[in-house]
Write a protein that binds this ligand. Structure first.
Ligand SMILES: Nc1ncnc2c1ncn2[C@@H]1O[C@H](COP(=O)(O)OP(=O)(O)OP(=O)(O)O)[C@@H](O)[C@H]1O
Ligand SMILES: [Mg+2]
Length: 259
């Protein structure tokens, strides 16, 4: 079957997850179209990061379905999910401070099933070829994200914004079809924010769709279509940024008033 640009790449239905008896995801239903930059917004504690944790395999769901590109991924291990082409970043950047930008990118590019230790140790021709391809990809992504100048610097020496870019670069190294970005511009200055938006805008044309969580409404409005609103563990509204912004239920959710 032909996968059109508008086909659902990710379809989540009835996704539930509780912690200590408290339901944080209360039957989430949502779809991400291939080729889209979809925004995910909602008040603090709505369950957005938890949704990413469940979809990326970090936390298993209690029930529900996560179909990605025709595969059922609910409850699958993180490596299986990222190997299927679904990769996430973290709200608080993770990494290894002493490794350089280049080493970081290479590490996450290599972190794929089938990259056994033995072939690497034996240094076969195929392994060397793969390493060369990875290095090329690392440079390409560093260029794409304006990290080329600092590619040999340790991650700890990067600015806050550059760390955010490295986090995005890391996700891109895994050759994803969909990236889940958790607040990619939190704590980043407006100039760099605009730059990140520009980088993200270029991804769908490279075959990478985006689902991103952000609290900065201007950023969401300029970049995302559609925008999905979560509140209290469920999807409350979906539509263009202007539609959801005008939605009375969305306003109530942000005011902390129960409908
Ligand atoms: N591992 C866990 N154990 C217990 N409670 C959890 C766990 N993970 C998330 N929660 C709870 O789930 C709720 C939703 O948290 P989550 O981080 O998903 O919200 P969020 O929408 O990402 O909020 P924010 O915009 O502030 O990042 C919170 O009340 C949180 O305490
Ligand atoms: Mg969060």
């Amino acid at each position: 079957m032909k996968q059109g640009k508008d086909a659902a790449l990710l379809s989540i239905t009835g996704l539930r997850r509780a912690f200590y008896g408290l339901e944080v995801l209360r039957g989430v239903d949502l779809t991400v179209r291939g080729g889209s930059i979809t925004g995910l917004i909602g008040p603090n504690g709505a369950g957005k990061t938890t949704l990413f944790n469940v979809v990326s395999g970090l936390v298993p769901p209690d029930s529900g379905s996560i179909r990605f590109d025709g595969h059922e991924l609910a409850g699958a291990a993180p490596e299986v999910i990222s190997a299927a082409g679904l990769v996430r970043t973290f709200q608080v950047a993770r990494g290894f401070p002493k490794l350089s930008v280049f080493q970081h990118l290479m590490l996450y590019g290599r972190h794929q099933p089938g990259e056994g230790l033995l072939p690497a140790l034996l240094g076969t021709a195929a392994t060397r070829r793969r390493e060369a391809q990875l290095a090329e990809r690392a440079f390409e992504i560093a260029r794409l994200l304006n990290l080329e100048r600092v590619i040999d610097n340790p991650a700890s020496a990067l600015s806050g914004g550059q760390k955010k870019l490295l986090e995005i670069g890391r996700a891109l190294m895994a050759e994803p079809r969909l990236v889940l970005l958790d607040e990619p511009t939190a704590g980043v200055n407006p100039v760099l924010k605009a730059e990140i938006a520009q980088h993200l805008r270029a991804l769908p044309a490279r075959g990478i769709s985006v689902l991103l969580i952000e609290h900065d409404m201007r950023f969401i409005g300029e970049l995302c279509d559609p925008v999905i609103v979560m509140a209290e563990g469920q999807v409350l509204a979906e539509g263009t940024f202007d539609t959801v912004r005008a939605d009375a239920r969305v306003r109530e959710a942000y005011m902390g008033v129960r409908a």
